[in-house]
Design a protein around this ligand. Structure first.
Ligand SMILES: C[S@@+](CC[C@H](N)C(=O)[O-])C[C@H]1O[C@@H](n2cnc3c(N)ncnc32)[C@H](O)[C@@H]1O
Length: 271
């Protein structure tokens, strides 16, 4: 059995007590984004189970190299920062257990860049899980908010998110991208899932074998079905008022999209 940190046994007990409704995929399910809800977005989910899910998600992020596309994008975005010693302000939307921002902080230390990071997540359990997993000395704080209603109290340089975009409907995502354009002085980056049948079936087969909990076993394949094909990005970006000229959409390993927007030279960043 793979070493799944903290609470694999807990997960087994929970998964035996509740059924696991994973939709059976047919070929048409990959032709458009699914609207099947994820269990972790259900506000009535047990807090203990959600904590365990966020820990298992962090484990999956670490073993799948999920941070790399964001760190590569930050390296590029950081070249556009102002001269001077003001910290680079970075907001992570849908920050979950906060592992991406902890990794960003390590990256920034390695690059000798001062940062101030804010994780925003709709779910209050995420903010408390993230805060308890993060050193109090790190320049990272977590707030509970729906990003579409959130107004940062200071100007933000860069907005990032990972495995957040697929949680939103197309209409919500276009609003979120417009929000990111409005609030990022330098630019933003989305790291999210490729709606790919190989990825779907790998997750459906491997996650139960590796004894991930009920939420991960359900939500990971559903997330792939809620994910994106290359053709989805054009209309989504257009809906957000973003010119494809200013965006770079790339496939990254494993079965991900990296979408990077850099504010065009001369465009106003006044807010
Ligand atoms: C799959 S988790 C990803 C967490 C983390 N980024 C990671 O990679 O492990 C998606 C997160 O987005 C959050 N979320 C969903 N809709 C949101 C919204 N409108 N505003 C802020 N957070 C949201 C959820 O609560 C959840 O914690």
């Amino acid at each position: 059995m793979a070493h799944i940190p903290n609470g694999a046994t807990e997960g087994l007990i929970l998964s035996q007590t509740r059924p696991n409704y994973v939709p059976f995929a047919n070929s048409t399910m990959f032709s458009a984004r699914a609207t099947t809800p994820e269990l972790m977005d259900d506000p009535s989910i047990d807090e203990l189970e959600l904590h365990q899910t966020l820990r298992q998600l962090e484990f999956l992020n670490r073993v799948s190299g999920a941070y790399r596309p964001t760190l590569d994008a930050l390296t590029e975005l950081a070249t556009h920062r102002d001269a001077g010693d003001a910290p680079l302000r970075i907001v992570d939307i849908g920050s979950g257990r906060g592992d991406l921002l902890r990794r960003v902080h390590r990256w920034a230390e390695g690059e000798s860049i001062a940062v101030e990071c804010i994780g925003v997540d709709l779910n209050p359990v995420a903010a408390s899980a993230a805060a308890s997993a993060t050193s109090a000395d790190a320049p990272i704080r977590f707030v509970t908010a729906d990003v579409l209603q959130y107004s940062p109290d200071h100007a933000v340089d860069i907005v990032i998110n990972s495995l957040f975009a697929h949680h939103l409907s197309d209409a919500e995502l276009t609003r979120a991208m417009a929000w990111m354009c409005e609030h990022s002085r330098i630019g933003w980056h989305i790291n999210d899932l490729h709606r790919h049948r190989v990825s779907y079936w790998l997750l459906r087969i491997l996650l139960p074998v590796l004894r991930f909990n009920r939420l991960i076993r359900h939500d990971a394949p559903v997330s792939v079905l809620r994910g994106f094909s290359r053709d989805d990005w054009g209309p989504l970006l257009a809906g957000a008022g973003v010119s494809e000229r200013d965006v770079r959409v790339r496939r990254t390993f494993p079965f991900r999209w990296s979408v990077l927007w850099i504010r065009p030279e001369g465009a106003s960043d006044e807010r």
